[in-house]
Design a protein around this ligand. Sequence first.
Ligand SMILES: Cc1cc2nc3c(=O)[nH]c(=O)nc-3n(C[C@H](O)[C@H](O)[C@H](O)COP(=O)(O)O)c2cc1C
Ligand SMILES: [Mn+2]
Length: 498
Amino acid sequence: MAPPGSFRDWIALLERERELVRIDAEVDPYLEVTEIVDRTVKSGGPSLLFTNPKGAKHPLLINQFGTERRMCMAFGVERLDDVAAKLEDVLEMQPPQGLAEKVRGLKKLKSIADSRPKSVRSGPAQEVVLEGDDVDLGLLPVQTCWPEDGGPFITLPAVITHDPKTGTRNVGMYRMQVRDERSTLMHWQLHKDGRMDYMATDGRLDVAVALGLDPVTAYSASAPLPKHIDELMLAGFVKGEPVELVRCKTVDLEVPASAEIVLEGYVERGDEGPEGPFGDHTGFYTPIEPFPVFHVTAMTMRRDAIYPSIVVGKPPQEDAWLGKATERIFLPAVRMTIPELVDYDLPVSGAFHNCVIVSIRKRFPGHARKVMHAFWGLGMLSLSKSIVVVDEHVNVHDYEEVFFYVGANVDPKRDVVLTEGPLDHLDHSPTLQFVGGKIGIDATAKGPAEGTREWPPEIEMSPEIKALVDARWSEYGLDAVAAEQDGRRTALQRLLRR
Ligand SMILES: Cc1cc2nc3c(=O)[nH]c(=O)nc-3n(C[C@H](O)[C@H](O)[C@H](O)COP(=O)(O)O)c2cc1C
Ligand SMILES: [Mn+2]
């Protein structure tokens, strides 16, 4: 199944799959939508189409990504690891041997060539064109998400800029606080590519913002690609067809032709305003800070455009699945730098920068430390505050199991690395913003080569006895009891049962 080609196709698919509920009652984008969505997300509920948001002209779609099933539907896969496998295939490409391999290699190369965005002459994104004084952000049901928020925020945009020196396109998802009918703030955090394009500009920088995209392209705006790689290439590659682009009306940029809504405009060096507070994915309000002002010169859209939104807040929220998609999709790319990496997990409750759990194929003394430092030197993972390293047989997604090895294998004096480095822009815990302490915990098995006593063997039942019990299981009559107990079992009991 191919991923949906547009936001419209995506909504239709969600509806067909009974993954969308229409809410026709008048609902206020001021706080009320958030409370409904928060309850829906936390109960694993459907995406919601608010057809009558108070005070706005356009409907609002939210919680499109809020479950693993919908995230897989968005990518047209059974499991998110399938997207990673496709990327791994290309990353691991070797010179082909023999005709069959050459043909397969050519197919892969074609899939790369096809991922380049394609320019088209027109698209539904420009059915309606509002310029100058006609621009009115008040037409959109922009949410004020949390009570202390500084105003309404556009939360699910794909923000497009070009590097003023190299011309390379960048697409990023950065919240935008609406100031008035024709301007917003642009929340480009310190470490982000959009910010770098802005900082490299002398005067004005053109900016285009696309809202209401096919889910893969929308996701790609949140993907932490290296600066010189265009996120729309990733989108095209994953979709298996190029993203189609139309030229903007008032700025020198292109935007996805199928977008629901496009905001064209510019930012200017030195033109900044107070942004925030905003109830963020850290679970706390981020304070007021200056950010660039985005002046909207044109607003183009479909005639009956639908506005997309997302709520972030105390985890878990809808963005958990965007983060999990990144975790899965980037595993092969991380492995290019850290080949001993077996798997990793960024717990949702760790807000994706507070904690990383890593399993490795350990080969030499100090190996876990090598891997910690590699993570602290790698892209956005460099902002990770704590890293736990376990051996290859440990399931990093099973936090009870990880906790067991942290407890069992760690001498805190010997196995804990305390260091310093850059931290996430939004992390409120360090004494100084942007920089502070980091902790690495080596929970792998050690031994005399690392200066310890002989490490004891781990308890494992012999394979023969396991096979014997498997074969005889029904004789014991335990299945009925097990089914009854399942509901009552605690996490600890589940661990003990393994
Ligand atoms: C829902 C959502 C909202 C986000 N909001 C912001 C934001 O306001 N500012 C920011 O710098 N990053 C934000 N991010 C993270 C960026 O989208 C992410 O770091 C992305 O890689 C940025 O693109 P870039 O690497 O091209 O700069 C958000 C991510 C998601 C999923
Ligand atoms: Mn980028």
